[in-house]
Design a protein around this ligand. Structure first.
Ligand SMILES: Cc1ncc(C[n+]2csc(CCOP(=O)(O)OP(=O)(O)O)c2C)c(N)n1
Ligand SMILES: [Mg+2]
Length: 645
């Protein structure tokens, strides 16, 4: 059998294929994904489940004239493989390679970028309304998973779309009953019922067929309408969507290309807002992933024949330290409860859930709700610990201000993946939280230098009577052994780790360890650096930092967050407020979105590893760029250094 995939360079090459050829192509795409991701790692089970949906869409529609908008984009690999990126597929998520999500600069078929869930329907409504105004008539489809459908944003969009009866829009619901973990919530249960009882479908189909195709007198039609309404009351699938103003098609087999094609064509004929409900299997076509789609949602490189991971990391990540510590603290305080928004595994809360199932709440992919729910728990006397990735907490900014900070509730925010998240790229870099948290009255903002300090900060947090947050990076820390007895830290007190009179390096969180290494390097050259572990960005330890600043006459701040309004800005403001006009060099993330790549590599490029910090400090002291500095890559630009005279 001759292979088809290698001659597909554009969706136009898919459209002439017969159904048998499309089925063969589906198999080849699966092979390509299995063997490709076995090498590079990446999102896996979601892509295997979306192959037929992709082919049905691209065989019926004319992309890019017709608009296909992928929610999250973590299931867009089949789409990438048939839109001219097959040859670069082996570079996925790697520095300089193609993105793991949709990317407008990569392809004219990527119309909208994402990474966070729930944006597709809103964006699609935008495309649809623009089309209506221009009168151009193209088809617009949002492809959204059952997990992403639980976001408030998607619900807001459904509400808006269903209301606009005359505007054509297709929402293709890729329902595999899974978020990353098994999907949770009433909506998910509702979808599950439709999956479990396919006879519902027949009841509706029959009523509809009669209504649509048999020429009947008005009285009979009327009677049938009543029957349909009656059926709808009790058994019609998709009633939720129909009541919202959508025509509902389904549930159908999301791995049957023909059924999907017919549904897409039917949806176009019907017009208005239409939901196509496709039932899929996450991990389809790879036995290990079918058996455990949770584990195989995303993967590191593996042996495709055995499913064994190529490297098994037993490293104690910050997420694990968080979970172990929370269990310890919760054993002593029954008011402590944990909240996750669809990330029980990534945040480490699965461990906590095993010990305290009734005190762990997975609220689905709903960060806004997670925060206000936490505020409610706090108002009712509990001690909620909301574990949310830095990047996803962005969604809930108003809730943090309006529902937590104004009422000064003791909600603990544990921000995982604080700093550069790495290969997920700009949508996932957790670089804004220092700046967005420190702007808020009542909020205490802290970051640990190592595992033990995370433990102490968590103990401090659950004993604090007000909003407080701690952020920690992806992966493992320096490796300090965990504490048996966890003491608390005085709020707003940092520590001096090294003495020197030439420059004061004031570091925050991740920045502390490489700053110490940098100070060692500088020491070998005769430059004596003080190193301060700030611990708190808010309130700052003004006394400690002022003393070092005055003594050394120069300050370098180090953080893995944005420079605009971040930790370094906090130090600058404090020095200014105290009339201390020493020059300050701020090291951190410049004013640009940071692309995907390994975290360590990105940190190095941004000059935020030990060598980079030493290089910058050296230049600062000697007043000339070193040779290394001259060749710093493009990532390191935009005047992030701001000496104050
Ligand atoms: C706002 C937000 N919160 C959390 C995540 C993390 N996340 C990525 S994919 C995913 C599950 C998506 O489920 P679904 O949409 O059903 O897609 P599937 O993987 O099942 O195909 C989650 C929770 C995210 N991307 N965005
Ligand atoms: Mg799903």
């Amino acid at each position: 059998m001759t292979r088809i995939l290698h001659r597909i360079n554009d969706p136009a090459d898919v459209r002439p294929l017969s159904i048998d050829q499309l089925r063969q192509l589906a198999g080849e795409i699966r092979e390509e994904i299995i063997h490709g991701i076995a090498e590079t790692g990446g999102h896996f089970a979601p892509n295997l489940g979306a192959v037929e949906i992709t082919l049905a869409l691209h065989s019926v529609l004319e992309s890019p004239r017709d608009k296909i908008i992928w929610d999250v984009g973590h299931q867009s690999y089949p789409h990438k493989l048939i839109t001219g990126r097959r040859e670069r597929f082996h570079t996925i998520k790697q520095l300089g390679g193609i993105s793991g999500y949709c990317k407008r600069s990569e392809s004219q078929h990527d119309l909208f970028e994402a990474g966070h869930g729930g944006t597709s329907i809103s964006a699609a409504i935008g495309f649809a309304r623009a089309r209506d105004l221009r009168g151009t008539g193209e088809t617009v489809v949002a492809v959204i998973g059952d997990g992403s459908l639980t976001t408030g944003l998607a619900q807001e969009a459904l509400n808006n779309a269903g209301h606009a009866k005359n505007s054509d829009l297709i929402v293709l619901l890729n329902d595999n009953q899974m978020s990353i973990a098994p999907n949770v919530g009433a909506l998910s249960e509702y979808l599950g019922k439709m999956r479990a009882e396919p006879h519902y479908l027949w009841a509706k189909r029959e009523a509809q067929t009669i209504l649509e195709h048999v020429p009947l007198g008005d009285r009979i039609l009327d009677a049938i309408h009543k029957v349909k309404d009656g059926v709808k009351q009790f058994v019609v699938p998709g009633m939720f969507f129909e009541e919202l103003g959508f025509t509902y098609l389904g549930p159908l087999d999301g791995h049957c290309i023909e059924s999907l094609q017919q549904a897409i064509q039917q949806a176009r004929r019907i017009g208005g807002p239409v939901v196509i409900h496709a039932l899929t299997q996450k991990g389809k076509g790879y036995a290990h992933a079918e058996a455990d789609p949770f584990k195989w949602h995303a993967t590191t490189p593996f042996h495709p024949h055995t499913g064994e991971l190529k490297s098994k990391s037993s490293a104690l990540t910050y997420s694990k330290v968080f979970a172990k510590t929370l269990i310890k603290l919760a054993e002593k305080d029954s008011r402590i409860v944990a909240i996750t928004a669809a990330m029980p595994d990534g945040t480490g809360l699965l461990e906590f859930q095993k010990v305290f199932p009734e005190r762990c709440f997975d609220v689905a992919m709903a960060e806004q709700h997670a925060v206000t729910f936490s505020a409610g728990l706090a108002a009712a006397g509990m001690k909620p610990v909301a574990a949310i990735y830095s990047t996803f907490l962005q969604r809930a900014y108003d809730q943090i201000i309006h529902d937590v900070c104004i009422m000064d509730f003791p909600v603990v925010f544990c921000l995982d993946r604080g700093g550069l998240a790495g290969d997920d790229g700009p949508t996932h870099q957790g670089v804004f939280d220092i700046a967005y948290m420190r702007a808020l009255p009542n909020m205490v903002v802290m970051a640990p230098k190592d595992e033990q300090e995370l433990q102490r900060m968590m103990a401090t947090a659950v004993n604090h009577d007000g909003p407080i947050c701690v952020r920690y990076p992806r992966g493992a820390g320096p490796g300090t052994p965990l504490l048996e007895e966890i003491d608390t830290l005085p709020i707003g007190v940092g520590e001096r780790l090294r003495d020197g009179d030439d420059v004061a390096i004031v570091a925050y969180g991740y920045g502390v360890t490489p700053s110490l290494e940098a100070a060692q390097m500088l020491g070998d050259e005769g430059i004596h650096a003080s190193v301060i572990n700030a611990r708190f960005c808010k309130p700052l330890d003004a006394e400690l930092i002022l003393e070092a600043a005055r003594r050394c006459g120069r300050v370098v701040t180090v953080e893995d967050g944005v420079l605009q309004g971040g930790f370094g800005s906090a130090v600058l403001e404090m020095l200014q407020d105290h009339g201390c006009r020493v020059p300050v060099m701020r090291l951190g993330i410049p004013d640009q979105f940071i692309e995907h790549g390994k975290r360590e590599k990105l940190l190095e490029r941004l000059g935020l590893d030990a060598a980079g910090i030493a290089r910058s400090a050296r230049e600062f002291i000697h007043g000339v760029p070193s040779e290394d500095e001259m060749v710093l890559p493009a990532l390191h630009r935009n005047g992030q250094k701001s000496p104050v005279h």
